[in-house]
Design a protein around this ligand. Structure first.
Ligand code: GAL
Length: 681
């Protein structure tokens, strides 16, 4: 069996044979298979079971387990155990440990307590990977490998001495000379000029944590490169040993990491760990948040941008909880189904539940799996059995692709710059959230589209509208790509604060929006944060009033083809341009001088004619999400109700309900947390 080959939707679970008495193994595996679970993921924290002391390799434990597995039909995803180096290792080689910015060493006792750059850790990881792959790689039950566990989770910053050494090498490779580095980082400011590579460190504590921003940006790129290198080290070894057809993946997705590049270099596809119940963690619960668990659709869209069809390596199946925090209720009846279908709707063809049995010891005694401590049959296993039955009727969905006419452009440079730069962050966070909510509430499916190194204008063409909310940093190549997209008939919308930084994060000495001036036909002679005493600032777009948010670029058209579409009507900005459209080739670019809120984002979707693409086919209340997956002309529509209460939906065209196999139309009730999947033919 292979996963994600477009043939079947498959369920799995995370299993820890090392946590249970061996007598339980067979019974557990049999029960899983009876539940419809066909794949287990194992061994990601089990280094000591394979190398109990340095250089001593004992394979018997997993041999015995895999023997039992092979007496059943179960399939296995085997993991490299590098997320938890054993005590003998960290004790003998303390330089492998991660260190906080303040210099505090993260000691043994939790997990992911290592750094990617200690040469000895890389050697020991390469060795355990090679030993495991060489020994277990040929087992017929193994269908794929997971590298490490949640790369960059827990902490995505690393400040050990090995990181400083590797950072210097990274910078030497990037800049060649100190002169170039000093220039790129603007070190003449505040007398930071470096005269030797040894003077450079990973960022260290500074007053107000205000370390040179260009340095911090390169540091984030360095962390990403380190994590990618660590994954590649392992995948290169795994590739040499795994059977033809076996896949390599890892479970994400986390910060300071170019997941797209990691996927391209090291993985067959990405898997994601989906825990929508975080929305209900007691002390973080926000009643006013209209998205709650629906926010995971945003994360799933991010995963889809990495792998159009992906897997869920860990899907919520019980309460969240560590004894040190994160107390959350048990998923209500129906929620496991809803969250599983949310994953499938966005492109998951494999869903593996975390975890089979709830652990009775350790930090995660409250992080519940399918079964509780006793292991008795319960409501949750019954729900998963039902999910399996439902999925059997939807197998045609596997291999189909999520459909969207709207894209939101992203890139890692801007993502990381927004993390370190509060001006940038304030607009970025507001707009990303607003666009997501507006698209959810208006039932407008969208994709995140990353401007990766190899992105071609051709691939952007399928989107009628692309938002690039705040293209703060822009390169010639990316500006060129946008021009091509628009010239070829695309509609591009950029928001305020675009084009004012180069790729080092330095501001350009140019008329803004710099490299985006040509395609947007816009000039920005003046700009400001919306002052705290300004009250509400409005923009008038053909009589429709929208609220400007966070920032106001005051705009003027640059050419004949550029037209002021909307103007500010408040404060001293009144009368200044707030939105310019520019006809460019066969398409049009819009420059909006502010950040988006949900309302203005919704107005853009409406005005540009991309809101509610399925409005003629189905009428839905706001509580529902819509997603459509397509394969060879067949379209599958998912309707997901995130509310506790039943809702009425209206099918305005006859479609086939995949579960009943019946043709359905007209008004239908969808229960609280209900999901309906329809074949649109
Ligand atoms: C994930 C992790 C699992 C488990 C789970 C619940 O982040 O991969 O090992 O810890 O969360 O906390």
């Amino acid at each position: 069996m292979n996963l994600l080959n477009g043939e079947r939707l498959v369920l799995g679970t995370c299993y820890y044979p090392e946590h249970w008495k061996e007598e339980l193994w067979r019974e557990d595996l049999t029960r899983m298979l009876e539940t419809g679970i066909e794949v287990i993921r194992i061994a990601e924290f089990a280094w000591s079971k394979i190398e109990p002391s340095e250089g001593v390799f004992t394979y018997e434990f997993f041999d015995r387990f895999l023997d039992v597995v092979e007496e059943t039909e179960m399939k296995v995803i085997f993991c490299t155990p590098t997320a938890t180096p054993p005590a003998w290792l960290t004790d003998k080689y303390p330089e492998v440990l991660n260190v906080s910015k303040e210099g505090v060493v993260y000691r043994h006792g939790q997990r992911r307590h290592y750094n990617y750059n200690a040469p000895v850790y890389r050697e020991l990881c390469a060795r355990i990977t090679e030993k495991s792959a060489a020994h277990y790689g040929g087992r017929k039950c193994i269908i794929g490998w997971q590298i490490d566990n949640e790369i960059n989770c827990e902490k995505d910053e690393f400040y050990s001495a090995s990181d400083t050494t590797a950072f210097r090498t990274f910078l030497q490779d990037k800049y060649g000379t100190l002169e170039q580095l000093n220039e790129a980082w603007g070190t003449v400011f505040w007398n930071q000029t470096y005269t030797a590579w040894e003077e450079i460190y990973v960022p260290r504590p500074t007053y107000g944590d205000a370390t040179n921003p260009h340095e911090v940006l390169d540091y984030m790129r360095f962390v990403s490169a380190s994590a990618r290198g660590f994954a590649k080290l392992q995948s290169d070894i795994l590739r040499r040993y795994c059977k033809p057809g076996d896949f390599i993946t890892t479970n994400g997705i986390f910060g300071n990491l170019d997941n797209h590049a990691m996927r391209a270099e090291s993985l067959d596809f990405m898997t994601y760990d989906s825990y929508p119940n975080f929305a209900y963690v007691m002390d973080a619960y926000d009643e006013a948040d209209t998205m709650k668990d629906r926010k995971w659709s945003r994360n799933l869209s991010e995963v889809r941008s990495i792998s159009p069809i992906f897997g869920i390596m860990e899907q919520q199946s019980g309460a969240n909880g560590w004894n040190t925090g994160m107390a959350a209720p048990t998923p209500r009846p129906g929620q496991i189904t809803l969250w599983t279908m949310q994953s499938v709707a966005h492109g998951a063809d494999f869903v593996s539940y975390f975890r089979w049995r709830t652990c009775t010891f350790g930090t995660e005694i409250y992080w519940h799996g399918i079964l509780d401590y006793s292991g008795r049959d319960n409501r949750r296993i019954r729900e998963i059995r039902q999910i399996h039955e439902r999925l059997q009727k939807m197998q045609g969905i596997s291999g189909s692709r999520y459909e969207a006419e709207v894209g939101v452009l992203c890139d890692y440079d801007n993502l990381w710059d927004a993390r370190l730069d509060v001006w940038h962050r304030s607009v970025e966070e507001a707009s990303k959230k607003a666009l997501f909510q507006a698209m959810q509430h208006s039932h407008t499916p969208f994709d995140y589209v990353y401007l990766t190194k190899d992105r071609r204008a051709e691939e952007l063409k399928k989107y009628k509208v692309l938002f690039y909310p705040h293209a703060t940093m822009i390169s010639e190549e990316r500006a060129g790509l946008l021009k091509e997209y628009v010239a070829d008939g695309g509609i591009l919308v950029v928001g305020c604060r675009s084009g004012y930084k180069d790729m080092n994060g330095k501001c350009v000495m140019d008329h803004l929006p710099g490299l985006l001036a040509e395609v947007t036909g816009t000039d920005i002679p003046e700009y400001s944060f919306i002052a705290p005493d300004a009250g509400e600032v409005f923009v008038d777009w053909d009589g429709i009033k929208m609220r400007a948010r966070v920032f106001a670029d005051l705009l003027e058209p640059l050419s004949q083809d550029a037209k002021v579409e909307a103007s500010y009507v408040s404060d001293y900005y009144a009368g200044s341009g707030a939105l310019i459209s520019n006809s460019y080739g066969k398409g049009k670019a819009y420059y909006y001088g502010s950040a988006f809120d949900e309302e203005s984002a919704g107005i853009f979707l409406q005005k540009l004619g991309v809101a509610r693409p399925y409005g003629e086919i189905v009428a839905l209340p706001e509580a529902c999400e819509i997603a459509v997956r397509e394969k060879e002309g067949r379209k599958f529509m998912f309707i997901l109700n995130y509310g506790k209460e039943a809702v009425t939906i209206e099918l305005r065209r006859e479609m086939t309900d995949l579960e009943s196999g019946k043709r359905v139309s007209g008004k239908k009730e969808l229960t609280g947390y209900g999901v309906m999947v329809l074949c649109m033919e």
